[in-house]
Design a protein around this ligand. Sequence first.
Ligand code: GCB
Length: 607
Amino acid sequence: MLERSELADNALQALHDEDYDVPFNTQSLNHDGLIFMGGRVSESLNGEWTFCVDLLDTGLRQKWFAMLPEAPEDRTEPWDYDPYMGDTVPVPSNWAMLKEKWYFFEGSTWYTRPLDVDEIAETKRTFLRFGAAAYDCKIFLNGEFVGNHYGASTPFCVELTGKLKPGRNWIMACVNNTRTRDRVPMRNTDWFNYGGLYREVSVFQTPKSLIKDFFLYLVPDGTYSKLCAEVTIDGPLIEEAVELNIPSLGIDIAVLLDETGKARIEFAAAPDLWCPETPVLYDVTVTYGEDQVSDRVGFRQIERRGTDIVLNGEPLFLRGISVHEDDAVLGKVTSEADLHRRFDHARELGCNYLRLAHYPHHELAAQLADELGFLLWEEIPVYWAIDFENPATYRDAENQLCELIKRDRNRASVVIWSVGNENPDTDARLEFMKGLADTAKRLDPTRLTSAACLVNHAQNRIEDRLAAHIDVIGLNEYYGWYEEDFEDLAAIGENSDPDRPVVISETGADGVIGEKGPTKGLFSEDYMAEVYTKQIATLRQLAYVKGMSPWILYDFRVERRQNIFQNGYNHKGLIAADKKTKKKAFHILADYYRQIAAGQGNTRKAS
Ligand code: GCB
């Protein structure tokens, strides 16, 4: 904390300092500091936090975070904001959903709450964990800056060990959702720029030596008979090995650590394989000294062979649907009930697969998909014309990818890491996305990579130089909607001869239902249904198309859609924004998926 007079001096100096934020833009909180959470007990810091919006960044300039909590009558200097009183908001939430005057707010906001600590245990380490903060988040503890994170949809941890005091401590987060040219995503997106602490915040303790990272998978060598475990320890190496336990497979082994605290072992095991029809999961624990983590892990092999996507040895068709994290009332906040509704609707459609677009969704999504038996495409927001030439942009994108992979790589349901969406085919973009695809493979040899590519309209072909560097060509095409000439789709089909599987990562049309919708033509429910019928009739002829995830399950909020039918919404949902009312196209897709499922064998390899 600063002394009163220092704060007053600073308030004056700050009027002339436009580099006030530089010391805090450290991006020091990144995937290196992420801690494996399975089975850890944590204390929730959800609930009311004091809150204010701060358009001019006055808080960082004046150092609001350094103000002591005092009664107004005891203060001796005037103040522009008192972090300890005033409006409160619930965490998790998006401020846009809380007050009309905050709806379009973009800029810094301040969240403050106390953290009471009974006593400081010398043998423990303490961490804060943020499920997500959109976008730039600077954390302060008792007036001191403790770290900064970029990226709106991945988790991060902040170590508080040695910084807490017994009794009352104060946590402040400055969360800024300003869109900038160099960020991921950048200024222009087709989804709403929800800001805030919109996922869970918690605090947890560990022993001094802790299991920081744990990755367990079926070795993808086609034998279905070997597992591999990789563990990273953080802190003093107090024992030579970690203990890995999978009781129902009779596995209880010690895995030796190297001098850097890393361990890797391959060992024989014959698990029942995970697949959508039989999503078998195994309870696993890892113990190191006094630290223990656990997980429920499924084992399966996903690969591409020629133009096939092959799960556990059987070719597969991905009957999918795309989804955003969006809710008419809650914004980007996800609840378990909301996720169950989503999977129920996907089940009703006949899906075995979902594309979680366009950024990492809540971690519970993949946990539930593991339990319920859905395959997932997960994605980072390398969207449209991000700043491919800029090394800082690459660093941000790669960090988000690493955070996502470290968070979810024990989830059997996740079969595809997507490194981008509809990006222009330039040299800089190619280098950028090749780098990301390589990073995904380096961190995780057990999944496919993809990206949503575009058609080459000049040649009427599926053509993208990135295709050679990813396993699955995602293809976004809107014949019948943005591209009026529907016949071109069939021509593209004939002109293209991809050497790897194509998944139609998007297709669709807006359909506005109810009194506000037109009865015919663009934006009518009937026209949308017609587009689905024609798309299906054409796409089903293309042997290399191995799946689709039409755009999208629910209508969703977005700033850039403002015609009389849209009113701030993208209406390509098969279900309206109420998440109840199904449009005609829903039933057309469901019929198609039923037909495919009937002709499709079980994807499970006979054991
Ligand atoms: C796309 C984008 C998606 C948009 C969609 C649309 O190609 O990938 O983010 O929402 O089209 O509705 O235009």
